[in-house]
Write a protein that binds this ligand. Structure first.
Ligand code: AMP
Length: 304
């Protein structure tokens, strides 16, 4: 089983009510591949950075067995930059700046050795680039996709085209409402399923996540954390944990997807405990397992 992740690698400036990080490492592909690496290695990555992306972070990703053959490094150009600010209610965030920089002219070239990857994760990037990636792939078994408001508003038609090729879409509640133009999340899910992805996960931040697989519905809680410092990357870490576990087990049944949702929630719960990727740089198998079991304990009850 092989997993290819395509998405952004970024320098993020983040403001939350609990602190600030400047030009810290982020990006959808960074969070997804790092999170997935706790389940399957190597994780293949395709993306682009400028010469300002810290060399030691590239080395760090390599140490995590992330295969960077598809990473383009553009000398004398700047890495994608995002500035986000969160409310006291951490489910609300505002994008203060999105500078595409190297992503403005990015041509995602999939190395020949990556084209037969069985699992493809299209992280949050321009949907036109997601389409270019899909065209180069040799019949992946499973395509998982993500997007965000920036692209729903800016590249809606391309996004609708991408959706036709996606098996599992992972988005948050406001994005689901925006794509479907439906206020009610259950109606939104049905409408999005008609647009392509038969399986859909709607994340609701600190209120957990909903898994819709055809007619089935699974409701997962979020881990009750008292100290959340930075929600950035929670969604991508969720996607990485989810797809990493599916790729490891090679089992796409509904029962196994429920476990994958909990693994996704588990990794996301670590990510938000610190700024940038700091908390998920070095997770142990034991802490992942313990928190997974804690999820089970929190939502388990006996039948009458
Ligand atoms: P998440 O919090 O999981 O939704 O993802 C946060 C990450 O998405 C940050 O590290 C940003 O660098 C990245 N990001 C923000 N805006 C965009 C965008 N328009 N395209 C691609 N990546 C983005």
């Amino acid at each position: 089983m092989s997993l290819l992740v395509v998405g952004s690698l970024a320098l993020d400036t983040i403001e939350t009510p609990f602190g600030k990080a400047e030009r810290a490492v982020g990006g959808s592909a960074t969070y997804i591949s790092l999170s997935a690496s706790y389940f399957i290695q190597p994780v293949r990555l395709v993306g682009v950075v400028g010469s300002d992306f810290p060399k030691e972070e590239i080395e760090f990703l390599k140490e995590k067995e992330i295969d960077l053959e598809g990473l383009q490094v553009k000398e004398d150009e700047k890495t994608f930059f995002w500035h986000g600010k969160y409310d006291f209610d951490l489910n609300n965030r505002e994008s203060l700046a999105t500078e595409l920089n190297v992503f403005a002219n990015f041509d995602p070239i999939i190395p020949d050795s990556f084209k037969k990857s069985t699992f493809l994760c299209l992280g949050n990037i321009n949907p036109e680039l997601q389409l270019k990636v899909l065209k180069q792939m040799d019949n992946p078994r499973l395509v998982i996709g993500d997007t965000m408001n920036f692209w729903i508003e800016g590249k809606y038609d391309a996004l609708i085209e991408v959706l036709k090729h996606i098996d599992i879409l992972i988005i948050n509640d406001s994005e689901a409402r925006e794509i479907s133009q439906q206020a009610n999340l259950f109606k939104a899910a049905k409408k999005i399923q008609e647009m392509g992805p038969k399986t859909l996960i709607i994340k609701k931040g600190e209120h957990g996540a909903l898994l819709f697989k055809e007619e089935e519905l699974f409701i997962a809680p979020a881990y009750p954390l008292e100290s959340i410092y930075d929600p950035t990357g929670a969604g991508d870490s969720f996607a990485g944990g989810f797809i990493g576990y599916l790729a490891k087990t090679e089992d796409l049944s509904y029962e196994n997807m429920k476990r994958a949702v909990i693994y996704g929630s588990t990794i996301a719960s670590f990510t938000v405990e610190s700024f940038s990727i700091d908390r998920i740089r070095d997770l142990s198998a034991l802490e992942i397992k313990d928190r997974f079991n804690e999820f089970k304990r929190l939502s388990d009850f006996s039948s009458i």
